[in-house]
Design a protein around this ligand. Structure first.
Ligand SMILES: CC(C)(COP(=O)(O)OP(=O)(O)OC[C@H]1O[C@@H](n2cnc3c(N)ncnc32)[C@H](O)[C@@H]1OP(=O)(O)O)[C@@H](O)C(=O)NCCC(=O)NCCS
Length: 222
């Protein structure tokens, strides 16, 4: 009898589970990916990318390298190869013409999403551990108009936080306006968010094995 295959190490099982969860929530036309951040991932930064990233801490460079490794795979899927994804002085990455995308990382996992600009005008993404948000941070993040009643109440604050960060990353490239948490109102019941700068975004999220929120600003239907 063939012995059962060894299960993957738990961390790699997380990577597979998250990749599946992201694929399940992504709107049509949005490609997503994730990578468990590994020792040496800073080596995935192309030379120009490495110069564009001011962070000196090895963990941050590793996370940025892992995120760009995924982004390059996603870009290759839509026919863009060997693209150096530079960090602009604002922090926003400079995507190739006609493409929108977003990167995020927590301590262990890097994620990326990309789409051709068309039905979707701009993307933002955030990843967080699936743990309750500390009360003091919740007090900073929540605004009176936010709605979270339909969401797992232990994780509602965490999802709200990730949603505001994702919306900010989607909105910023459109007008370069810096927003605070109070400038973004999130309705997790309907999956929509608005900003005081006039943007409206759709939201999708998953909570296992990590909290990820993907925000998308709709573009012209083609
Ligand atoms: C964008 C921001 C929210 C990212 O948060 P973070 O927790 O530091 O980091 P994350 O792992 O979630 O995301 C990092 C990625 O965000 C992207 N990013 C950074 N600034 C960005 C911006 N202005 N617009 C879009 N994407 C941005 C970068 O790709 C970055 O990856 P890199 O460092 O590998 O290049 C934060 O850097 C920032 O600019 N904050 C100022 C405004 C703010 O905090 N407002 C309250 C939230 S609404």
């Amino acid at each position: 009898m063939t012995p059962p295959a060894n299960p993957p190490p738990p961390e790699l099982a997380d990577e597979t589970a998250l990749a599946q969860a992201l694929a399940a929530i992504a709107p049509n036309g949005v490609r997503t990916g994730c990578r468990l951040i590994r020792e040496g991932d800073e080596a995935h930064l192309l030379p120009d990318e490495a110069h564009s990233i001011p962070a000196r801490q090895p963990a941050m460079r590793r996370a940025s390298g892992a995120a760009r490794w995924i982004a390059r795979l996603l870009l290759a899927d839509i026919g863009v190869t060997d693209f150096a994804l530079l960090r602009t002085p604002s922090g926003a990455p400079a995507w190739p013409g006609g493409i929108t995308g977003s990167l995020a990382h927590d301590d262990d996992m890097a994620i990326a999403a990309v789409a051709e600009i068309g039905r979707i005008r701009s993307l933002g993404i955030d990843v967080e551990p699936a743990l309750p948000l500390p009360d003091d941070i919740f007090a900073l993040v929540a605004s009176p108009g936010d709605r979270t009643e339909t969401v797992d109440r232990h994780l509602a604050g965490r999802i709200l936080f990730a949603a505001k960060e994702a919306v900010y990353k989607a909105a910023y490239p459109l007008d370069r306006k810096v927003l605070g948490y109070e400038d973004i109102t999130v309705d997790l019941n309907t999956g929509r968010a608005t900003t005081t700068t006039g943007h409206s975004a759709g939201l999708v999220y998953c909570i296992a094995p990590r909290v990820v929120v993907l925000a998308f600003v709709d573009g012209d239907a083609r």
